[in-house]
Ligand binder design. Structure first.
Ligand SMILES: Cc1cc2nc3c(=O)[nH]c(=O)nc-3n(C[C@H](O)[C@H](O)[C@H](O)COP(=O)(O)OP(=O)(O)OC[C@H]3O[C@@H](n4cnc5c(N)ncnc54)[C@H](O)[C@@H]3O)c2cc1C
Length: 370
């Protein structure tokens, strides 16, 4: 089998990998991004219904603490709007009874993005030359060789689909997932492998719903759409639409642990019953309902994430080094960020760190080799 040779391989086409590719593509280096799924975005997933993009992954950014996201929104000419919070909230106790409570505004204020979070990814993708991004390319092996790093695409128990070689590789996927699903040859040092496995993948254990309506009835009752429940199945609910435009949405997170979310149909029936109970009968009859269980996503979660849904990621590689094999492989991906790890902001900052380290090392390589 022929091995394709490039300068830089990026593994993972979530926000971090796509951003790294957009930073590296204009340089003199040849870049390929390998993405396992048939789509880009990773944990950003926004199915479209009648021109409305429903965020089944991240939906908020915080303008007061997300400078990179703010800048990217400006560069891509996108528009945000504040989380709708006008009105009262609803609270459901363990015994199931519900009451109306004072609204609970988010601090710092959270904003949503017109066009959904996928517009960040699509905006960046439009700036990356054709041929760089390869979908349906799951990486199963990363090998250190004398003349670079060889990356194999396919499944370990099958014939390889293709092979590529590069002097630099960026791992733009959760470190825990990389340690669990990619064979590194030679073995990674024990401390590094442990640090990767311990870094919890943010929100990987969660499931999210999104319901769309042609009217926001809850607003007519003086409710903000915000709800908290101690009995579930939904644990946390929010209005997911802007002030005036249709369709209107309610969105939120399941309160049931991943290991117990086995019967999808029963969960959806119970969710609709709960919405109707908390926000009025029309809330139980959406135009469209989406349900996404991230813990069951092969290219996001591992079996460890079924248990540790609430741990913020903490990636503590030996000596704080975010590269290995003498600077041939670099970590990106939000879990490896120095600050705001787990969030979209961390996906961007970790990509910047990896891209600038790779550019610097490529310059050194070129200077050394003339
Ligand atoms: C339900 C939910 C709600 C969230 N809410 C918010 C929020 O409101 N605000 C916020 O800031 N953040 C939020 N987050 C977190 C946010 O989604 C992440 O910070 C961000 O999307 C991570 O981007 P990433 O590129 O680092 O990782 P990912 O998006 O996980 O990208 C990794 C990519 O690698 C690919 N991949 C995996 N294995 C392989 C392989 N073997 N070969 C090739 N490719 C592979 C995956 O398919 C994926 O595309 C939320 C996440 C979830 C799931």
């Amino acid at each position: 089998m022929d091995t394709e040779k490039v300068d830089i391989i990026i593994i993972g086409g979530g926000l971090s990998g796509i951003y790294a590719a957009s930073l590296l593509a204009p340089t003199r280096s040849s870049v390929v991004l390998l993405e396992a799924r048939s789509r880009v975005g990773g944990r950003i997933l926004c199915p479209e219904h009648q021109g409305f993009f429903t965020d089944l992954g991240p939906s908020w950014y915080w303008p007061m603490m997300n400078p990179r996201i703010n800048a990217l929104i400006q560069v891509l000419n996108l528009k945000g709007y504040p989380q709708f919070e006008t009105g009262h909230g609803r609270f459901q106790a363990k015994d199931g009874h519900a009451e109306t409570i004072a609204g609970y505004p988010m601090q710092p204020p959270a904003w949503r993005l017109d066009g959904g979070m996928i517009s960040l990814v699509e905006g960046l993708r439009a700036r990356i030359p054709e041929g760089v991004i390869r979908l349906n390319h799951p990486v199963c092996e990363v090998e250190r060789r004398d003349d670079g790093v060889r990356v194999t695409v396919g499944h370990l128990d099958q014939e390889p689909r293709c092979r590529l070689k590069a002097s630099r590789v960026i791992l733009a996927l959760p470190p825990r997932l990389a340690a669990r699903s990619i064979l590194f040859t030679p073995d990674l040092p024990y401390d590094l492998a442990q640090a990767m496995l311990r870094a919890s993948t943010w929100m990987a254990g969660h499931a999210k719903f999104f319901a769309l309506y042609d009217r926001a009835d809850w607003r007519r009752f003086g409710l903000s759409g915000q709800g908290f429940s101690l009995c579930g199945p939904l644990g946390e609910i929010h209005d997911a639409s802007n002030e005036t435009e249709q369709p209107y949405g309610l969105t939120g997170f399941l309160g049931i642990p991943a290991l117990r979310r086995n019967d999808r149909d029963a969960i959806i029936r119970a969710m609709l019953g709960q919405l109707s109970f908390m926000f009025g009968p029309a809330a139980g009859e959406p135009l469209k309902l989406y349900y996404q269980d991230w813990a069951r996503e092969e290219f996001t979660a591992t079996e460890y994430d079924m248990r540790s849904a609430h741990n913020h990621p903490e990636f503590l590689p030996p000596s704080g080094k975010t590269s290995f094999w003498d600077g041939a492989v670099y970590f990106a991906g939000t879990e490896t960020a120095d600050d705001l790890g787990g969030y979209l902001e961390g996906a961007l900052s970790s990509a910047e760190r990896a891209a600038s380290a790779v550019i610097a090392s490529q310059d050194v390589l070129r200077a050394t080799m003339g």
